[in-house]
Design a protein around this ligand. Structure first.
Ligand code: ADP
Ligand code: CIR
Length: 347
């Protein structure tokens, strides 16, 4: 991890929000501050300094990073989320408020639906600043809570440490498990002591999964084939409330659920479909017109920073903070309805 205490160099083609908002003045103002878990500005910016192709480029080491380094985080949060430092976040995880009849009952366009939230445990550092011992304690606490789940959420926790290469590769290519060695997370200190303390919990059908100690301490995931978005949301909200009976999550009135990457603050939710739009995606400008209008992000189908394969894209909500969970899923749903409509017109 770089810890230079000197204003970093950003190449002239660097477009990250870090390079935009880390002025020399802001750097000088913040460079000698530390949070209660000992996290520094140089650590917070290491990912964007080492990866000049970052979109954002910063990570928080603890909840206090967002206040200690607010001169940097506030404008980044404001630009990404359109959420100002005096706004408050509101949560709504009630699936009855979601209007989302299956937009593709014949399974022609939507390959699969996945909704995840990030969560971190209250009163502990986030991944970039957590100690090895604290990370192992998170793993114990979370795996115990998960192993006690019953009914359709019942499953098993599989630690990454000791998992065969064959099994982990299969879980990754089937879209169930996170990849190892992400360079953005590496530079942020999130891969320290890998693979210890990391793992995945899932039920037998692999419709409910929890990643442990990746970018966030928990990534709670509900997914299945096809486009029944409401069913996926219902399963997720049910799982979240069961886990919350055992574990208190880090939450603030202002920023909602606290996550290591500022793009995930608030709901920490990414609701996505893998959708086949081979015709529409040929006209990328038109494709982006629709995704921008509905506040959606386009990713490739093998996770963030990957490419599309066969005209299939990962489409998800971009807004997460200052909007409710129901609204995040509604954004994705409403945009997907339009994408399907447009794709049909082009067939
Ligand atoms: P995150 O969702 O945590 O932001 P990624 O973009 O890296 O992270 O995606 C994690 C994994 O989830 C990847 O393997 C990706 O292909 C898979 N995934 C995302 N959305 C879907 C979906 N709708 N259907 C199937 N797999 C998905
Ligand atoms: C970046 O800055 O590009 C990485 N740290 C990932 C940021 C979150 N992802 C996103 O908004 N697409």
């Amino acid at each position: 991890m770089s810890d230079t205490n000197e204003y970093p160099h950003f190449p002239s083609d660097c477009k990250s929000l870090l390079s935009k908002y880390l002025t020399k003045e802001v750097y000088t103002q913040l460079k000698d501050k530390t949070t209660p878990s000992g996290f520094t500005l140089d650590e917070a910016i290491a990912s964007g300094v080492q990866n000049s192709d970052s979109g954002i480029g910063v990570y928080a080491g603890d909840i206090e990073s967002y206040t200690t380094f607010s001169a940097l985080f506030d404008p980044i949060i404001e630009e990404y989320h359109g959420f100002s430092k005096t706004d408050s976040h509101i949560s709504n995880l009630n699936p009855n408020d979601l209007k989302a009849p299956n937009p593709d009952p014949e399974n022609k366009y939507i390959v699969s639906t996945r909704i995840r939230v990030g969560r971190n445990i209250a009163n502990l550092p986030l991944g970039p600043a957590i100690s090895n011992e604290q990370r192992d304690n998170v793993e114990n606490q979370v795996s115990q809570a998960l192993n006690a789940l019953e009914g359709s959420l019942k499953g098993k926790y599989y630690p990454l440490d000791g998992m065969s290469e064959e099994i982990s590769q299969k879980l990754i290519s089937d879209h169930f498990l996170f990849k190892a060695g992400d360079r953005f997370l590496e530079a942020a200190g999130l891969n320290r002591n890998w693979p210890k303390g990391r793992g995945i919990y899932h039920n037998d059908e692999k419709t409910f999964l929890v990643w442990v100690n990746e970018e966030d301490q928990l990534r709670i995931i509900s997914m299945q084939k096809g486009g029944d978005i409401k069913e996926v949301f219902q399963r997720l909200t049910d799982a979240i409330s069961k886990i919350e009976e055992k574990i208190e999550f880090s939450y603030s009135e202002h920023l909602g659920y606290i996550t290591s990457c500022p793009t995930n603050l608030g709901t920490a939710m990414r609701a996505s479909v893998h959708i086949k739009v081979p015709n529409l995606s040929k006209d990328y400008t038109r494709f982006e017109e629709i995704t921008n209008k509905y506040h959606l992000q386009i990713r490739g189908i093998n996770g963030e920073h990957s490419q599309s394969v066969g005209g299939i894209y990962d489409i998800s909500n971009k807004r997460r903070l200052g909007v409710t969970e129901v609204q995040c899923v509604q954004d994705m749903y409403d945009g997907v309805v339009q994408l399907i409509k447009r794709e049909k017109e082009l067939e």
